[in-house]
Design a protein around this ligand. Sequence first.
Ligand code: BTN
Length: 273
Amino acid sequence: MAHSTWPDAVAKPLNPVRLRAAVGGSASMWTDVRVVAETGSTNEDALKQAVDGAAEGLVIAAESQTAGRGRQGRRWLTRPGAALTFSALLRPQPVPRASRGWLPLLAGLATAAGLREQTRVDARLKWPNDVLAGELKLAGILAEQCGDAIVVGIGVNVLGREDDLPVATATSLARCGVDHTDLTSLLAAILQELEARYRRWCKVGPGEVDASGLREEYRSLCDTLGRPVVVQLPGDRELAGLAVDVDQAGQLLVRPRRGELVAVSAGDVIHVR
Ligand code: BTN
């Protein structure tokens, strides 16, 4: 594939052949791994494939996105090489619908684990699944559902130019001192971490986050727990309190200064110092 607009030579481009060799063994769940130079949104593309009946295990990665989507209706646009952007199609049929809220958290864990393995960055999580380096956002995840399919879209900021970063509170691997990121190795590592946790989650009592060890792992990597937070809830409401835990459904449990514990299923968390 030609990489005609490849920038700055500070990240090694995705290499589909090496990527498939790294993740596509006969026992791997990643059975259809595609790399495209440019697309609107890999989530949109994977959702279309899901509607057309594509099987679980499809991965679509793009060197740049012109209409990338973020959480809460935000946009996530990237020039070539500025970010690692990809989507994975999952169909967690064994897991009851009520337990599927854990999948976005599981994806956050896998992304942080892949980053920790491939770089020296101390990647941690802000509920539900922002990947942080310090207090700044290094990677974001958007999980979208369509019937029994869930598309998990992951974007990792790689280059450090001001206009490469999706939000003011973002950082990138380059800004964390990681130069020449090998996008192929990083994507392979995240996919392997995702597969390992997904298989455990589907198998050990379907969706069971305690028996699979996922809740414990999440607690150990999540910087939100134990901190005062403000949660911006849908409908322009706010909740202030102490984030005490994450429950079996993946909800954040917040203890307000007055009143009962609140279980939050959707919202933007601000860590208060
Ligand atoms: C967030 O707002 O934190 C989530 C950002 C998710 C961005 C990724 S990039 C790959 C995939 N395709 C998209 O359109 N969005 C996700």
